[in-house]
Design a protein around this ligand. Structure first.
Ligand code: ADE
Length: 236
């Protein structure tokens, strides 16, 4: 069979179990190592993709995203993972699709900037691509047993397990979820003019009980990732 190759879609996931969802259906697969990352290239549901676990935190996420763009010329970036829910009513298992993203630990307030504003950058937040956001919403409608929300996701190099901090993140940024990577992925995509979308499954409520019960939550995150990717990637 002739395989027509196009610029791939970059898929950045958080966990091995989520990557396994992609790898189990990846055809013509090859694995490439760069900067300590394993990048898996192949065809997923008829599309050329390159899937990778970026590691935890904004530096890992930014490095991985620039690598996908500069070396592998991805035409879009999809980020899936987990997050703490900080919006009212958001429960573990629910899904939050980002419309905008902010780095909540960016703090140049002593120079008069508001929390989250990056010094001398021409935007406060980073927007997801409207067409990808639309496709993500359609994909999320296939999640039978969980609700999905669209709103702001904030990222920082902190695991949030404090109700006061989580309240501040919600009030200051109007955020629905917090995690540790996606706003930096969004920044790199913004600077490179590459369309981006981020979908996160809620694993905890960023409070005292935020230590994740992976055994309980993992099957939900994996099922969500599987359903979302199967419906989103063919639409990309
Ligand atoms: N990822 C999942 N839960 C999180 C939390 N509470 N804080 C930061 N990142 C997370």
């Amino acid at each position: 069979m002739n395989v027509v190759s196009t610029a791939p879609i970059g898929i950045i996931v958080a966990m091995h179990e989520e990557l396994a969802v992609v790898l189990s259906e990846l055809q013509h697969a090859e694995t490439i190592e760069r900067a300590g990352l394993q990048l898996h290239r192949g065809q997923y549901h008829g599309k050329d993709v390159i899937a990778v676990i970026c590691g935890v935190g904004k530096v890992h996420a930014a490095l991985c995203t620039q690598l996908l763009i500069s070396e592998f010329a991805v035409r879009q970036v999809i980020n899936l993972g987990i997050a703490g829910g900080i919006g009212p009513g958001i429960q573990p298992g629910d899904v939050v699709i980002a419309d905008t993203l902010v780095q909540h630990d960016m703090d140049v307030t002593p120079l008069g900037l508001k929390p989250g504003q990056i010094f001398r950058l021409d935007t406060f937040d980073f927007s997801c691509d409207p067409a990808l956001l639309d496709a993500a919403q359609h994909a999320a409608q296939q999640l039978a047993s969980h609700r999905s929300y669209v709103g702001r996701i904030v990222s920082g190099d902190q695991f949030i397990a404090d109700p006061a901090k989580s309240r501040w993140l919600h009030e200051e940024f109007d955020a629905l979820a917090c995690e540790m990577e996606s706003a930096s992925i969004a920044q790199v995509c913004y600077l490179n003019h590459v369309p981006f979308v981020c979908i996160r499954s809620i694993s905890d409520n960023a409070n005292e009980g935020a230590h994740m019960d992976f055994d309980e939550f993992m099957p939900i995150a994996v099922a969500n990732a599987s359903t979302l990717l199967q419906h989103l990637v063919p639409a990309c």
